[in-house]
Design a protein around this ligand. Structure first.
Ligand code: ATP
Length: 233
């Protein structure tokens, strides 16, 4: 069943055009990775989906309803939540308060404080700590947990491995199958191609605001990815 379908999505920052007619579709239950170099438009596309970046004239259907043009809080309420690049925790609040804020305006479902603490046991131990007392990996866990607390149908993760050590990245990605098992679909923006291929059912590569390649990890070749990622022959 189609969960998300976006047709001809464009986005601008002033006179600068960041997206040039992105077509994107995914089914419920899928995990889709978006790869591409710095500035390819990956974050802008996620912001367009969530209503944070104004977009015009395009058609974005989510879970059977047209969401293009709706305010961000209305899109969130329909079941679309984002883990933003850079985590953006509330530094003066505790782990638990950050997580509770994530539930506001969301839906009821599997993801409660206990379910998030079961997913990331480190956070249970740190629940009274402030955001600044956490490691980078723990902060990322809070950011993911906070988004899950709204019980999204689709979780958008923007560069969740950025700045983390390989061991911590492995721990964070170990949570993905459990998130999938709870019935949540995912879009993962990832600069690490190997990580993207390992986690995704399908990938989209963006280059200069356009989709340069789509396929499954089993069918795309390294040469095709290099070409689509860097424009190299
Ligand atoms: P990154 O990995 O660097 O986040 P990205 O693929 O997510 O890359 P975007 O952040 O979507 O790319 O940026 C796409 C283009 O839009 C880039 O050329 C970027 O410089 C530009 N851009 C992004 N945000 C803004 C902004 N707030 N104002 C002006 N231009 C912007």
């Amino acid at each position: 069943m189609s969960l998300l379908s976006a047709t001809s999505v464009t986005a601008h920052y002033g006179d600068f055009q960041a997206l040039f007619g992105i077509n994107f579709a995914m089914a419920a239950g899928e995990t889709v990775a978006i790869i591409g170099s710095n500035g390819a438009g990956k974050s802008t596309f996620l912001r367009a989906l969530t209503g944070l970046r104004p977009t015009t004239g395009q058609n974005i259907q989510f879970d059977g309803a047209l969401i293009a043009g709706l305010p961000a809080d209305a899109i969130h309420k329909r079941g679309l939540a984002m883990v933003p690049e850079g985590r953006r925790l509330f530094p003066s609040l505790t782990v638990e308060e950050n997580l509770q804020i994530g539930a506001a305006g969301g839906r009821a479902g599997h993801w409660t404080l206990d379910a998030v603490y079961d997913l990331f046991p480190d956070l249970r131990d740190k629940r009274r700590n402030g955001g600044t007392e956490l490691s980078g990996g723990q902060q990322q866990m809070v950011a993911i947990g906070r988004a899950l607390m709204s019980n999204p149908k689709l979780l958008l993760c923007d560069e969740i491995s950025l700045g983390l050590s390989p061991k911590v990245i492995k721990d964070i990605y170990a949570a993905v199958p459990r998130i999938q098992a709870a019935g949540t679909s995912l879009i993962v923006v990832e600069q690490d191609v190997g990580q993207a291929l390992a986690v995704a059912d399908r990938i989209y590569c963006f280059m200069e605001g356009r989709v340069s390649l789509t396929g499954t990890p089993a069918t795309v070749t390294r040469a095709e990815i290099s070409q689509a990622y860097f424009g190299l022959n």
